[in-house]
Design a protein around this ligand. Sequence first.
Ligand SMILES: CC(C)(COP(=O)(O)OP(=O)(O)OC[C@H]1O[C@@H](n2cnc3c(N)ncnc32)[C@H](O)[C@@H]1OP(=O)(O)O)[C@@H](O)C(=O)NCCC(=O)NCCS
Length: 142
Amino acid sequence: MKDVEFIRLSKENINIISNVVRIDNEELSKQDIEKFIIDDDNYCFVGILEDKIVAFLYSYGMLRPDGKSMFYIHSIDVLQDYQNNGIGTKLMEYVLNYVKNENKYYKFFVLAENDNIRACKVYQKFANKEEQVIFSRYLKGV
Ligand SMILES: CC(C)(COP(=O)(O)OP(=O)(O)OC[C@H]1O[C@@H](n2cnc3c(N)ncnc32)[C@H](O)[C@@H]1OP(=O)(O)O)[C@@H](O)C(=O)NCCC(=O)NCCS
């Protein structure tokens, strides 16, 4: 497989994506992405292989009152046919290097279901601590 190119989406390069980014369960319109990335602390990254988007990640910088901001990776997806080829690992590597160079955040975190073995396997490569148990409730809709 050829090398995947990873790019952070910005208003300057947004035209590299078509009207909708559809990666399995994730579907986002170009307009939604444009709105999302206006905030410099919101991030979208794509992985491109032979002009096709095969991986997508979005994340946020979260400001704490003490100024120690955290980087939260909310969603990472690799197209089904391309999974298990090292693309998710390389995307995480690219993103974490990117934000390390920005020097804005003191910690990153990402959540995964215990039974999502592949995701856990990838995240374990980059984390040095496993913290579990999350309590949540929808505040809108549902
Ligand atoms: C999770 C995801 C992003 C990982 O990306 P990927 O490109 O498939 O992952 P990689 O190929 O980089 O790495 C997968 C690792 O899991 C391992 N693995 C895969 N299946 C496994 C299994 N059944 N048991 C143990 N290890 C397994 C692989 O060996 C590899 O580890 P290695 O690099 O040490 O060999 C991708 O699979 C995906 O999009 N899944 C669906 C969406 C999803 O679950 N997103 C995460 C939500 S938290």
